[in-house]
Design a protein around this ligand. Structure first.
Ligand SMILES: Cc1cc2nc3c(=O)[nH]c(=O)nc-3n(C[C@H](O)[C@H](O)[C@H](O)COP(=O)(O)O)c2cc1C
Ligand code: SF4
Length: 482
């Protein structure tokens, strides 16, 4: 992953630990009631993909155990991982693209409700994404994947030559000469792996996304309700389809790209379809970016526009993340796929302990404050979720006291210690296992390996009946420590 050149080390600390009485009287552990959104506290576990679904995207016992363990911390809400809305093979990514997924997903909601003693709301993050191919070997790409066109022959001076000869010739070129023959997308496909974009309107399935996505999201949301989720979070953030429609890099000329209003059009149509499918008594919110953190990307002004539109349309919460884009991701090794958290924007999304002067904790708080203020200035009371490097009570309470957000999200700290919210609430904050923000978990995510935390995954491996990672070396849930 990219790191700021300063590489200043930061350490997460517990801050001042509240007594049980103080915690119970705090803003953090006070309930939130806003329309259909009822939270027993303002604590929130944002979506994290733990890579525990089976190859068909079904819920497994390991998925259920993972969420049951998080629920023992009794946060106000857990947003379960990005879950694919299409009925298409997508590796071990959880899916909700067909009714056959509903029963498995219901096991997750039941586990969350039961293990939190009814204190935690279960939401599911609904995601759509476009195709991203692995970076090919140079020889394989030139032999098999590159679609030869007349322009290649012209550039090589090989008119009337058969394909095999053209491909052989291409293979002899050095990188500079090859780059001169290939167009920009072909060169990118070779260097990074081919990646579809929402602007590829020459491809029918991309051109027609606005026709299909509202229905796909709406069906997925209906299934979420059938599976007893308390609500859905539309994934409008990071590197995926809906965020790409919102992006300033979206230049589609069909009314779904260009101006901020046109870029917001499909996300609003998706929301309207989802709302029509689930009704007004069901929680529907979205996760979106405060800033894309890429050159030429959307900034805070764009985000204010989108947030106002989504709130005016009736969304029940807005959760703000930042960055996490493909545009500035590092080149993957041949055979690997590009990962959208490896560049500057990736750092902004999941900052690590080695940082710049600003540090890794709360980098998204000022943009989140600006967004919430813009909402309140327009008389919109939509609850706002903040996240990014939040790891102790003092910090979380300040987010609420300072009017930065209404709900405090904490992903990696909840991974490091799934029970941490409850420990804080019960006056046992001194026993919290503090996240080190060294992003070992993110490294596993990048390789689509079961995500665990380096602080606990080798502890107590001899526990009877313990569920382990595929390689047998790591435990899959944090040890019980109360
Ligand atoms: C292993 C892992 C998986 C993640 N998966 C998702 C995801 O599915 N959807 C999402 O919106 N964010 C995802 N994130 C980002 C987190 O939700 C969160 O925004 C980010 O880690 C910053 O918050 P934190 O500092 O509290 O960890 C993931 C993060 C990690 C570490
Ligand atoms: S592996 Fe554990 S300690 Fe390290 S960043 Fe992830 S959650 Fe935090």
């Amino acid at each position: 992953m990219w790191l700021p050149p300063q590489r200043i080390p930061f350490k997460a600390t517990s801050g001042r630990i509240p007594t049980r009485e103080e915690a119970e009287a705090s803003r953090l552990f006070s309930p939130l009631e806003a329309g259909p959104l009822h939270l027993t506290s303002r604590t929130w576990v944002p979506a994290m993909v733990p890579w525990r679904a089976d190859a068909e995207g079904h819920v497994t016992d390991a998925v259920v155990d993972w969420y049951a363990r998080l629920a023992e911390g009794q946060p106000g809400a857990i947003v379960i991982e990005a879950t694919g809305i299409r009925d298409l093979p997508s590796g071990p990514l959880l899916r909700i693209g067909h009714d056959r997924y509903v029963d498995g997903l219901r096991r997750v909601t039941e586990a969350i409700h039961r293990h939190s003693a009814g204190r935690t709301r279960a939401f599911v993050q609904l995601i759509d994404f476009l195709a991203v191919k692995r970076r090919p070997q140079r020889a394989t790409y030139l032999e098999r994947f590159l679609r030869l066109a007349e322009r290649h022959r012209v550039a090589l001076g090989m008119a009337d030559t058969d394909d095999a000869a053209v491909r052989s010739r291409l293979a002899t070129l050095d990188d500079a000469a090859l780059q001169a023959v290939l167009d920009a997308r072909e060169w990118e496909a070779l260097q990074m792996g081919a990646r579809e974009r929402v602007t590829d309107v020459g491809l029918a399935h991309i051109r027609d996304l606005p026709l299909h996505l509202p229905g796909l999201f709406a069906d997925a949301a209906r299934r979420a309700r059938e599976a007893s989720f308390d609500g859905v979070e539309l994934h409008y953030a990071h590197a995926y389809t809906m965020a790409s429609f919102l992006s300033a890099t979206n230049t589609r000329a069909d009314g779904y790209g260009g101006s901020v209003a046109e870029r917001a059009r499909l996300p609003l149509e998706v929301y309207a379809a989802v709302r029509a499918a689930v009704g007004t008594d069901y929680v529907v919110g979205c996760r979106m970016l405060s800033e894309e953190c890429i050159e030429g990307g959307s900034g805070i002004d764009d985000a204010v526009f989108f947030a106002l539109k989504f709130a005016q349309a009736g969304m029940d919460f807005l959760s703000f993340s930042r960055g996490g884009k493909f545009d500035d991701a590092k080149q993957p090794k041949p055979g690997d796929a590009v990962y959208p958290y490896t560049g500057v924007s990736g750092y902004e999304c999941m900052p690590s302990h080695l940082s710049d002067e600003q540090g890794p904790f709360g980098r998204n708080l000022e943009p989140t404050r600006a967004l919430r203020e813009a909402l309140r200035d327009e008389g919109l009371a939509t609850p706002v979720v903040a996240a990014g490097g939040i790891h102790n009570f003092e910090q979380a309470e300040r987010v609420l006291a300072d009017g930065i957000a209404d709900i405090v999200g904490s992903a990696r700290q909840s991974l490091a210690d799934p029970g941490w919210w409850r420990k804080l609430r019960e006056g046992r904050g001194a026993t919290v296992r503090q996240c080190e923000y060294k992003n070992y978990c993110e490294g596993l995510d990048q390789k689509h390996k079961e995500v665990t935390c380096q602080l606990w995954d080798r502890v107590g491996l001899d526990e009877p009946g313990l569920m382990r990672s595929r390689d047998g070396k790591r435990r899959l849930v944090a040890p019980k420590d109360w």
